[in-house]
Design a protein. Structure first.
Length: 95
C-alpha cells in the first residue's frame, strides 16, 4: 500500500490539474473588490438598524446644541469665559 502512495502521479491527473485548477486564482476577488463588497454589506447593516440611527441622531443633535451654547453671546474681554470656551473646544476636538 505504501508503494502505491509513493508512486509518481499519472500524467493524465497532472494534465487535468493544469487545465482545471491552475487557471483558477487563489482568491476569486481582488483586494479592492473584496473591500467594496464588505463596505456594501456594512452599509446595508447600518442602514437597517434604524433604532441605532435614531438614537445616534438625537445624541449628535444634543451634543451640537450643548457645544453651540458654549459660543453663544461670549464676552471676549472676560478671560475666565474665554478659557472655558478654549477648554470646551479642546475637549470637543479631543473626543
Amino acid at each position: 500500500m505504501l508503494r502505491k502512495l509513493e508512486e509518481p502521479h499519472s500524467q493524465e491527473l497532472l494534465d487535468n490539474k493544469a487545465e482545471d485548477m491552475d487557471s483558477t486564482p487563489e482568491f476569486q476577488q481582488s483586494f479592492w473588490e473584496n473591500t467594496a463588497t464588505l463596505m456594501r454589506r456594512q452599509a446595508m447593516l447600518t442602514m437597517r438598524n434604524t433604532a441605532f440611527l435614531r438614537g445616534r441622531a438625537i445624541i449628535i443633535i444634543a451634543m451640537g446644541l450643548i457645544n453651540a451654547s458654549t459660543f453663544w453671546d461670549v464676552d471676549p474681554k472676560n478671560v475666565q469665559v474665554m478659557l472655558g470656551v478654549l477648554f470646551q473646544s479642546i475637549l470637543f476636538l479631543a473626543l
